[in-house]
Design a protein around this ligand. Structure first.
Ligand code: ZN
Length: 1018
């Protein structure tokens, strides 16, 4: 037979586009349209419904950037349409080439009840089926004219990303506003032909199935009268019945589809718009659940449920009903889909505490999966946190975005730094916006790495971010793909159903050990430095607030601020969302984030101050107490306590150096700052070891051009390193502090349009060189690094992560290692040869890189750590990071890992001085082992007055120790993160008088509920 395949395929494409789809709505009449534009920010629904309208016509412009318009459509169903399916078609001016990221609407009835959302690929509103002739139609649309930030001109700087700079030029023109008759037979024919056409394109050309489908499609096209599509659609469909009825082969891949809309909690729109995006999409999805009995929908992020509850109670009532029916499924168990690289140990734990608690309290639902489809990499600390939250599965697809290496598994056990293993699935469909296209279904089946031993994968299905979620077309396609020869099978299934099946069919999955590093978006560790510092500051202040408020409550009866801490935690958790903390949102989001962090800091300082004043007693007592909020004692003040310390050790000196510069010494270190203001030497006197590599200088600021190929705020591309400018010229190098307690040198530089002032300080007895940096940054598309070339030979280094540290190589032997050219640290990186090491600690910087060179002169190895201070991308915020920034870093020579842990905490938790009458404040709990670290001490969330203490093993070794309490102890109960009794703790936990004996595995995390037997004595 002659091969006419491409002819038939081209025919299908044209007839579908130009004849069949246009016949979907064979009759229509225009609606009357009127509009009211809210003068500023969105208004309550009642106000929008009541506002006076003025006339507007199809073709007219509407919608300033970020504006809200209330659009009313009115009409009458023609008498001749009685008995037919009638819909309103409301096109706000959508660009259907983009599923979301533009204008959107939420349709209301006159009484204020929501109907459904309007989105670029979801523009219909069902009026009646069957219709009654003469019926009046009156609907109101709350329309948001959100500007397009990304799609038209990807990554070009735009002023549209902030209300303050976006201007008022209308963004859209009203398109079709009609009442129309939907021909459901034509609609079904479109679905048949799309499914078969897309399937056909994926089938092998030498297989019979492809040709059977082709011939059936040809016969269907033959049956269509192009002048009477509506009259012949049923006949065309009859030609397709047989090929659509052929069942899938027994070995077909099995896809668990779940309706979904990935809605970023802020990104190319502000937080307030996400509240409405969620409401629109959720209204769409509860409506679709009512229309489609087999459909299931899942939504993650407790915060988004909380927003609907607060701001759109009428939508929330429908959500609660659908959740109770088991069809609207809360997914995951986190407050938001957060970044996981940067949040602190406690914050990562609290994401689960607040997410899970919300789902439990609102719906009685506790999920076993962590749902993070879009997060930019996963730390080795996360598996243990997931387990301690009472969960056991993880879903993400993001690692498929890696630039270099293809991950070897789709279903596997992921092992964290402590040995916890989590059953993990990466959907091989490689998207969280599956639309049930044949190419996606075929890709999932072909791409699945675990074929032969497993056959299930998950497909989150629906448009996110203003796309409105799953469409009725996707549901129709899924129905045809349920059991179809040549395709993977598709079933609507809840995430838990999928995981249970996947786990059961795959008893010995492969194991991946350590972090899941995303080989992309590496610059999200640095962009929007003020947002990142706001997060760090808030995490530290929350630690202190909980510690001192709990201490004051148990010691003095000071009221514990449950409500404030709960609210502040949730705000901090929200801002850890995977486009806020990573710095990849528009200017508006980061402007608001900085203001929010400032307000939180002020409130937390108040809470801390009030608690410490309650503990210190009458200020007339005149004693200056030093409070130590860090988990290790310092300056004779115990961890978590307060004391009046004696005089400091003193002995600091600074002397001018021949040839320029200064020598600083404190009895522990001798530091040479040269005439350029660079650190030429850091000698640890006890060991006689030099930290700075010969022939190099430390604290060298380096400036790189930084213009990635795409994703400006997200990405730094490897080639940035090819060009570098060392900032060695100093405007001034001068002594700025000179006393026995402290000596410091100030170094001023200018470069480009920017200036930097650094203060290098030795404090008596500290054993570390502190470097405070203030940059007035006015560069464009540059990357600023601070380099520390160290005289250390090591294959690997440690970087702190949640509840421990993870090792990374210092070399680039493999493509996997080479791809990690920018990585995350929490408070420290630590590098060591046997017996001697160096820690670099910081409360302000997350990004770093580590490289190695071998010196020609002496054959020694120089290992260089560089902290990533600032970038200056221009998309999506055209003025990212302009202005003044302050950073703190410190070099700790002679540090073991325990010293790195201790100094990392200490640098972010400065001592506080309060005048009172007390002689001291005893800590509530005290660890007798440096590696048993208290990461949080707080009162139990249930208001019982119990003390909850979270401890972990911080050194990476097995330890035994004791946690002493300074109050009579009635009971000790190991708990999960939600403070529920938990028998999952594998370490030894035993009551031991007024204390707890602990035996912990490397990096083991334990939460303890300590019940005081009576009011403790001071
Ligand atoms: Zn996202």
């Amino acid at each position: 037979m002659h091969d006419d395949r491409s002819l038939v395929e081209a025919r299908l494409k044209r007839v579908l586009a130009e004849r069949i789809r246009p016949a979907l709505y064979p009759e229509s009449v225009p609606l009357t349209v009127s509009i009211w534009t809210a003068p500023g920010e969105p208004v309550p629904v009642a106000e929008g419904l009541a506002a006076p309208r003025s006339a507007i016509a199809v073709g007219d412009a509407w919608g300033a950037p970020w504006g809200t318009s209330w659009i009313t459509v009115e009409g009458t169903v023609p008498a001749a349409w009685a008995g037919r399916t009638v819909e309103a078609l409301i096109d706000l001016g959508f660009d259907a080439n983009m599923p979301g990221f533009q204008c959107e609407g939420l349709v209301y009835r006159p009484d204020g009840t929501p109907v459904k959302g309007l989105n670029p690929q979801n523009q219909w509103v069902r009026i009646a089926a069957p219709a009654v002739g003469g019926e009046r139609v009156l609907l109101h649309v709350e329309a948001a004219s959100n500007p397009v930030i990304l799609d038209y001109h990807p990554f070009l700087p735009t002023e549209l990303g902030d209300q303050e700079t976006a201007g008022d030029r209308p963004q859209y023109r009203l398109e079709r506003m009609d009442l129309a008759v939907l021909d459901e037979t034509v609609w079904e024919l479109v679905m048949d032909l799309e499914v078969l056409g897309e399937l056909m394109a994926e089938l092998p050309e030498d297989g019979a199935r492809r040709w059977e489908v082709l011939r059936a499609v040809e016969r269907a096209l033959d049956r269509i009268d192009l002048q009477d599509v509506n009259g012949t659609a049923a006949a065309a469909r009859s030609e397709l019945e047989q090929v659509l009825a052929a069942p899938a082969v027994p070995s077909a891949h099995r896809i668990s589809a779940i309706g979904h809309a990935h809605i970023d909690s802020a990104w190319l729109w502000p937080l307030r718009e996400t509240v409405r995006k969620v409401a629109r999409t959720t209204a769409n999805m509860t409506a679709l659940l009512e229309d489609e009995p087999n459909f299931l929908y899942t939504m993650s992020q407790a915060q988004q449920f909380a927003w609907i509850k607060e701001h759109r109670p009428e939508v929330y009532a429908r959500v609660k009903k659908a959740v109770a029916e088991g069809r609207f499924v809360p997914a995951g168990g986190m407050w938001v889909e957060s970044d996981t690289n940067m949040p602190s140990s406690e914050a990562m734990a609290r994401q689960f505490v607040h997410g899970k608690r919300f789902f439990l309290e609102e719906f009685g639902v506790e999920n076993q999966e962590a749902w993070l489809p879009d997060t930019f990499g996963f730390t080795g600390g996360l598996p243990q946190i997931i387990r301690n939250a009472g969960s056991k599965w993880l879903l993400t697809q993001k690692i498929s975005w890696s630039q270099i290496n293809k991950f070897p598994h789709h279903t596997f056990l992921w092992e964290g730094i402590d040995g916890t293993r989590i059953f993990t699935h990466f959907p091989p469909v490689d998207t969280y916006n599956c639309s049930m296209k044949g190419s996606e279904i075929a890709h999932a089946a072909r791409n699945f790495k675990d074929k032969g031993v497993a056959r299930h994968s998950l497909a989150p299905t629906g448009w996110g971010d203003g796309g409105g979620g799953t469409t009725r077309e996707m549901v129709a396609k899924a129905a045809r793909l349920r059991d179809l020869e040549g395709s993977a099978t598709v079933r609507w299934e809840r995430p838990a159903e999928f995981f249970a099946k996947a786990e059961a069919e795959y008893p010995k999955p492969p194991v991946w050990v350590g972090e899941l590093y995303l080989e992309l978006h590496r610059a999200t560790l640095t962009s929007q430095a003020r947002t990142k510092q706001g997060n760090r500051r808030s995490e530290n202040l929350l630690r202190e607030a909980e510690l001192w408020c709990a201490t004051a409550a148990l010691r003095t009866g000071h009221p514990y601020p449950y409500e404030a801490l709960d609210r502040i935690w949730k705000t901090v958790l929200l801002h850890q969302f995977h486009d806020i903390l990573p710095g990849s949102s528009i200017a508006w989001v980061h402007r608001e984030a900085e203001a929010t962090y400032a307000a939180l800091a002020a409130e937390l300082e108040e809470l801390i101050g009030a608690a410490q004043r309650a503990l210190a007693g009458d200020p007339a007592g005149g004693r200056e107490l030093v409070f130590n909020g860090a988990p290790h004692g310092r300056s004779a003040v115990p961890a978590g306590g307060a004391a009046v310390p004696g005089g400091g050790p003193g002995g600091c000196t600074v002397t001018a150096r021949a040839g320029g510069g200064f020598v600083l010494a404190d009895g522990l270190l001798r530091v040479v700052v040269d005439g350029d203001g660079l650190v030429a030497s850091v000698l640890e006197l006890a060991s006689g070891r030099e930290a700075v590599a010969p022939g190099t200088r430390a604290n060298l600021l380096q400036l790189h051009p930084d213009f990635p190929n795409m994703w400006d705020a997200w990405d730094v591309d490897q080639f940035y390193r090819n060009t570098v400018t060392d900032l060695t010229g100093a405007d001034e190098v001068a002594v700025c502090t000179e006393g026995p307690e402290e000596v410091a040198v100030r170094v001023s530089r200018s470069f480009g349009s920017s200036t930097v002032v650094q203060t290098l300080t030795l404090r008596a007895g500290s054993g570390r060189l502190d470097i405070d940096t203030e940059v007035d940054w006015h560069e464009t598309e540059k990357f600023l690094k601070a380099a520390f070339p160290l005289d250390l030979h090591t294959e690997r280094y440690a970087a702190e992560t949640q509840f421990g540290h993870q090792f990374r190589p210092t070399h680039t032997n493999t493509s996997w290692e080479a791809a990690k050219f920018e990585a995350c640290n929490h408070r420290f990186v630590h590098l060591a040869e046997p017996g001697w090491g160096v820690a670099l600690v910081t409360p302000s910087t997350y990004g770093h890189d580590v490289t190695r060179t071998v010196r020609a002169a002496d054959g020694g190895t120089t290992t260089t750590v560089r902290f990533s201070l600032l970038r200056a991308p221009r998309f999506p915020d055209p003025r990212t990071d302009q202005g003044v920034h302050r950073f703190r870093h410190a070099l700790v020579p002679g540090a073991e890992i325990g010293d790195a842990v201790r100094e990392g905490y200490a640098i972010g938790l400065p001592e506080r001085r309060v005048t009172g009458s007390a002689e001291s404040v005893r800590p509530l709990v005290e660890s007798d082992h440096g590696a048993i670290v208290v990461s949080a001490a707080k009162l139990a969330d249930d208001g019982s007055g119990d003390l909850v203490v979270r401890v972990y093993e911080a050194g990476g070794g097995r330890v035994r120790g004791r946690l002493a309490t300074s109050f009579p102890l009635a009971a000790v109960v190991p708990c999960d993160l939600l403070e529920r009794p938990w028998d999952g703790t594998r370490g030894e936990v035993a009551a031991d008088g007024d204390g707890v004996r602990l035996g912990l595995r490397p990096f083991e995390l334990v939460t303890l509920r300590l019940t005081p037997s009576s009011a403790p004595s001071a």
